[in-house]
Design a protein around this ligand. Structure first.
Ligand SMILES: *[C@@H]1O[C@H](CO)[C@@H](O)[C@H](O)[C@H]1NC(C)=O
Ligand SMILES: *[C@@H]1O[C@H](CO)[C@@H](O)[C@H](O)[C@H]1NC(C)=O
Ligand SMILES: *[C@@H]1O[C@H](CO)[C@@H](O)[C@H](O)[C@H]1NC(C)=O
Ligand SMILES: *[C@@H]1O[C@H](CO)[C@@H](O)[C@H](O)[C@H]1NC(C)=O
Ligand SMILES: *[C@@H]1O[C@H](CO)[C@@H](O)[C@H](O)[C@H]1NC(C)=O
Ligand SMILES: *[C@@H]1O[C@H](CO)[C@@H](O)[C@H](O)[C@H]1NC(C)=O
Ligand SMILES: *[C@@H]1O[C@H](CO)[C@@H](O)[C@H](O)[C@H]1NC(C)=O
Ligand SMILES: *[C@@H]1O[C@H](CO)[C@@H](O)[C@H](O)[C@H]1NC(C)=O
Ligand SMILES: *[C@@H]1O[C@H](CO)[C@@H](O)[C@H](O)[C@H]1NC(C)=O
Ligand SMILES: *[C@@H]1O[C@H](CO)[C@@H](O)[C@H](O)[C@H]1NC(C)=O
Ligand SMILES: *[C@@H]1O[C@H](CO)[C@@H](O)[C@H](O)[C@H]1NC(C)=O
Length: 539
């Protein structure tokens, strides 16, 4: 019989992001607009849908996948839906292997009442010359505030990543994509039937970029009689930058802008580094904006515990001229932000909202809670009979390291719920009732970057130090990293037995986390079990 454990989660996040204030005629706002793991953003403004901005970001192995955020004012963003919310949409996500596999770089576009997302399911552990490594697909929806409205994918043949859609003035539909270096480095496009995925024209090589590594993340914009092609170069690390070229003809040739890059923080000492992978859009007043990814790493680029995040920057794009994007900082000044208005529609909470979850009977898991690959639904039950305001979890055989997706898929999934770290300093805690009945059964909390990088604090049943016949409850801190991870193992104070135990993770300064435990009813007995440097998970 499988053991179960229950928990009530209390998550307290210190608000350090997303606020607006008016100063004279200019407005200021804070980056990142989508803090935490929100890489490869793509955003649009849709006047037809109540003057709303929508963004989509990558989700890799997280499930549900491709979060969609909506905003009316560019400062308050609400989780609207997930474009991938049914395991059947991408059954092969369960078979991916390696921490960098999964759903990469979506582009969101709107056309005649329908939203479209193009993205790629990447099997990143496949060999370079293996064309099955990239599964490109399109999903569509008429209601981006509803996860269930997103269609099953239409797959299309392109050996590459970062696919985007563009409709020409005659209505013809094209996708753009980045071909990996080992095939034929560059940006390509083709006419596509978005309902069948069939390509109805040749694959045309539009531009190879300015010579940097990894030309990728292409988007085409039509403006003032020109086709503008904006792409990222340099790879997603420190040399990351955004470059633009233009042509009078969609098929090219594209001429590079002499002022490139139009956006980068390379070779600066800025706190926000790796800026690139941009998408450009215009608001109702005609103000141009761009989103891009960035890491809050500082020039040292040693630790960025929030991963790649989404930043917003004002742009100027004069008629007949080139787009110019403002340099990315934490506090940004823009000529005019749309008036403050908190968006009410959507399935999830506002970014930065205080997060205390007590699993009210009749509710589901909050939509910003995530699994690592598709979950086994039976393993998660909100307020089961006799346990109101608790989440009952059925444990999985696999631990967090959990090998690959295939193994997970064949062994009852990985019981794991998480939320993104969105703040530099925060306190996260879970109240846990756990009654294991066999050696090595464990439940706990984790600072989780990937399967190969995590640090955990758990309650675990192990032989007692003085009597190897008896199993007693222990507190164990330890994990998985490219470096050796210190392990702390202590017998739990026997007076704590039979009580709920609070497990806490606190980012108490900019470089360290503490992991603590104590009986929930007696907060003053909390003990710090381990302190770890954030860099442990990165190197
Ligand atoms: C449009 O926005 C207004 C104001 O926020 C809101 O009352 C209304 O419900 C929205 N309509 C739709 C269709 O979202
Ligand atoms: C996944 O990757 C690991 C490590 O490289 C390897 O041992 C394992 O065989 C792979 N599994 C699959 C299904 O490819
Ligand atoms: C691609 O890689 C997968 C996994 O290693 C393998 O099963 C498949 O046969 C490969 N395909 C080709 C064409 O090499
Ligand atoms: C891209 O590079 C390839 C290989 O060097 C070259 O053959 C091709 O003409 C280039 N494409 C463009 C659009 O410049
Ligand atoms: C950053 O510096 C390197 C080395 O000098 C140079 O090659 C690169 O072009 C610079 N990048 C930018 C965006 O200035
Ligand atoms: C207003 O913002 C613009 C950039 O958008 C900047 O050039 C200008 O100096 C700002 N004015 C004030 C009063 O801050
Ligand atoms: C996936 O797992 C099953 C069951 O463990 C195994 O039979 C199969 O060979 C695995 N497939 C791969 C590609 O490793
Ligand atoms: C053995 O250890 C357990 C806790 O691990 C403790 O409760 C018990 O008193 C110990 N027994 C002896 C004989 O020391
Ligand atoms: C996870 O489980 C695997 C396989 O049982 C084991 O080798 C590994 O040590 C465990 N890792 C952790 C961090 O517990
Ligand atoms: C266990 O907890 C009790 C009650 O707080 C305390 O008096 C005792 O000193 C603790 N024992 C150890 C070994 O820390
Ligand atoms: C954070 O705290 C740890 C442990 O007390 C200390 O070693 C480290 O220097 C501190 N970091 C900063 C930035 O103060």
């Amino acid at each position: 019989m499988l053991p179960t454990y229950s928990m009530r989660a209390i998550v307290v996040a210190l608000l350090l992001c997303a606020s607006t204030a008016l100063s004279n005629s200019n407005s200021t706002y804070l980056n990142p607009i989508l803090p935490g793991f929100h890489p490869d953003p793509s955003c649009i403004f849709v006047p037809e849908v109540n003057h709303t901005f929508f963004c989509a970001t990558s989700s890799f192995s997280l499930f549900p996948g491709i979060p969609i955020y909506a905003s009316k004012d560019l400062a308050h963003w609400r989780l609207a839906s997930h474009a991938i919310s049914r395991p059947e949409q991408l059954p092969d996500l369960a078979l991916t292997n390696g921490s960098t596999s999964g759903v990469w770089a979506p582009t969101i576009r709107y056309r005649d009442g329908t939203f479209y997302i193009t993205s790629t399911l990447v099997f990143d552990d496949f060999r370079d010359n293996n064309a099955s490594r990239f599964d490109n697909f399109i999903v569509h929806s008429k209601d981006p505030f509803s996860s269930s409205s997103w269609s099953d994918p239409v797959h299309f043949p392109f050996v590459g990543i970062d696919t985007s859609l563009f409709w020409d003035e005659d209505g013809a539909t094209y996708f753009q994509g980045a071909s990996p270096t080992w095939i034929k480095k560059g940006i390509y496009h083709s006419k596509i039937d978005i309902h069948t995925g069939a390509l109805s024209g040749p694959l045309v090589n539009l531009w190879n970029g300015t010579g940097g590594n990894s030309p990728e993340g292409p988007h085409i914009y039509r403006k003032d009689g020109w086709y503008y092609l904006s792409i990222a170069e340099g790879g997603t690390g420190l040399p990351h930058e955004e470059n633009v070229a233009r042509s009078r003809s969609l098929d090219g040739p594209y001429g590079s802008y002499v002022g490139n890059p139009i956006l980068t923080n390379a070779n600066t000492s800025a706190y926000f580094q790796t800026v690139g992978h941009a998408d450009i859009f215009q608001d109702a007043k005609g103000q141009w904006w761009a989103v891009a990814l960035a890491t809050r790493s500082g020039p040292e680029y040693t630790v960025y515990p929030m991963g790649r995040e989404t930043i917003l920057t004002p742009a100027v794009w004069p008629e007949g001229g080139w787009p110019r994007l403002s340099r990315v900082k934490g506090e940004m000044t823009a000529h005019q932000l749309p008036p403050t208005e908190i968006i009410e529609r959507g399935e999830g909470q506002l970014i930065g909202e205080r997060d205390i979850v007590d699993f009210t009977p009749g509710t589901s898991l909050p939509t910003h809670f995530l699994h690592w690959r598709a979950p086994v639904p039976e393993n998660y039950e909100v307020s089961p009979p006799g346990h109101d305001h608790q989440l009952e979890l059925r444990s999985s055989m696999l631990n967090l390291t959990g090998y690959d997706g295939n193994t997970t898929n064949h062994h009852g999934g990985l019981t794991f719920v998480a939320r993104r770290q969105e703040d530099t300093l925060f306190t996260y805690s879970v109240d846990l009732e756990f009654s294991p009945d066999a050696e090595e059964q464990e439940a706990g909390v984790s600072i989780f970057l990937t399967q190969d990088h995590h640090y955990d604090l758990g309650l675990v049943l192990l032989p007692s130090a003085n009597d190897s016949e008896a199993l007693t409850m222990h507190l164990r801190a330890g994990g998985m990293s490219l470096r050796s991870t210190p392990e702390t193992l202590i017998a739990m104070n026997s007076t704590w037995l039979g009580q709920a135990i609070t497990l806490e993770i606190k980012a108490f300064n900019f470089t360290h986390y503490s992991l603590s435990a104590g009986p929930t009813q007696h907060a003053h007995l909390m003990q710090t079990i381990a302190n770890i440097g954030r860099s442990l998970l990165y190197h």
